[in-house]
Design a binder for this molecule. Structure first.
Ligand SMILES: *Cc1c(COP(=O)(O)O)cnc(C)c1O
Length: 369
């Protein structure tokens, strides 16, 4: 008990990585030892891609070394150093990838209930320099993909979705990864499905798939030929082994997270705070539990009280990305306001009712005084 406490600053953290049984991970790793092959799309990577493709019912998948490289690759293909219409409410990687690839982020404010980009404000932000839309299905909540698709078609723009939070989300009876020209995911240790570090990119079009594929492996077309410019986005066998060991537990992971989310929903509903509104026609994955307080003061009060009790909630996502130091001043009223008031509560497999009771009681006490 004491030694665990020494290594983890908080007893209850905002998330906790799902570790499969070590023997099961070992048994899968043994394949890499037997074959003597550690990377360059070995048998474990191929098997994980195959399993995920079937499980998610997607047409094409390429798994990668993290969830940021797919964003960069997609922007390299479609950005053309132009203006990218994007959301200010996401993890920093969404914006930093745009700048890193020599494009210019043009922010469009968010919908205050869904927290995704406000599709009704996209068209007025389009200029001659706009090349693509990069929107985030934040917390696994789908953007208004149909409206965005129509706008993109009308203006000849590409659509990239940062779907880092969307493992297992279905929208209108199919994987959310099936929407957009390219969709990406993260398998980072803090995400719902994890390979330590890892990620994936998805697309429907065969031609786009080929480009993504070559791009993630230096442009290699066999040993001696090259198919354009590329980078190293490959994932190793060690990481794929982790993914294969976690894979059989996906049902359990989703089921247990749902129980936690339902507890919060049932016990927080009378309080002065707002929970995430999930878009209609969505089968959600219970990936995060953000609450939006009525003021930043309330948030700080609750955060402090939780911390004093060894509980770590996180301010996902703060600051609003238009406020990053390398971004030209743009005001995003709704995103800035929500960013200052949103806190993600602890949510992971194994967070039991006793601890949930403690968390909820602390929030209640703070909001009632
Ligand atoms: C986690 C995350 C990423 C980056 O994924 P990594 O695997 O850490 O590179 C990108 N976008 C969003 C919205 C994220 O939450």
């Amino acid at each position: 008990m004491l030694s665990t406490f020494k290594y983890n600053r908080f007893m209850i953290n905002v998330t906790k990585t799902f570790f499969p049984p070590l023997e099961e991970y070992h048994a899968i790793l043994k394949t890499a030892w037997d074959v003597g092959w550690l990377t360059n799309r070995g048998v474990l990577v191929l098997e994980l891609e195959h399993k995920l493709k079937q499980y998610l019912k997607v047409k094409n998948i390429i798994i990668t070394n993290n969830g940021t490289i797919p964003l960069q690759i997609a922007l390299k293909l479609f950005g053309n150093n132009g203006e990218i219409i994007t959301t200010p409410f996401s993890y920093v990687a969404t914006t930093s990838s745009i700048v890193w690839e020599g494009c210019t982020p043009v922010f469009v404010d968010i919908n205050p209930d869904y927290l995704t980009i406000d599709e009704t404000k996209i068209e007025q932000a389009i200029t001659k320099k706009t090349t693509a839309i990069l929107a985030t299905h934040v917390f696994g909540n789908p953007c208004h993909v149909d409206a965005i698709d129509a706008i993109a078609k009308k203006h000849g723009l590409k659509v990239i979705y940062d779907a880092a939070h969307c493992f297992g989300v279905n929208y209108k009876e199919q994987s959310l990864f099936n929407y957009g020209d390219v969709s990406t995911c993260s398998f980072h240790a803090t995400k719902l499905f994890q390979t330590g570090e890892g990620g994936a990119m998805f697309c429907k079009d065969r031609d786009v798939y080929n480009k993504l594929y070559y791009s993630h492996n230096f442009g290699h077309d066999g040993h001696l030929e090259f198919h354009g410019l590329g980078i190293n986005g490959k994932i190793s066998e060690l990481q794929a082994a982790m993914g294969l060991a976690v894979f059989p537990y996906l049902k359990t992971i989703l089921k247990e997270r749902k129980i936690v989310v339902e507890y919060y929903l049932n016990h927080l509903k009378e309080l002065d705070l707002k929970c995430l509104k999930i878009r209609e026609h969505t089968e959600w994955n219970y990936s995060y539990f953000p609450v939006v307080f009525s003021s930043e003061k309330d948030l700080l009060k609750v955060e402090r009280a939780l911390n004093e009790n060894n509980i770590n909630a996180r301010r996902y996502f703060y600051p609003s990305l238009n406020k990053l130091p390398y971004i030209k001043e743009q005001t995003m009223e709704i995103s800035e306001s929500i960013s200052s008031r949103v806190l993600c509560l602890p949510l992971y497999v194994g967070l039991d009712e006793n601890n949930l009771k403690i968390i909820v009681n602390i929030i209640k006490q703070q909001l009632q005084c």
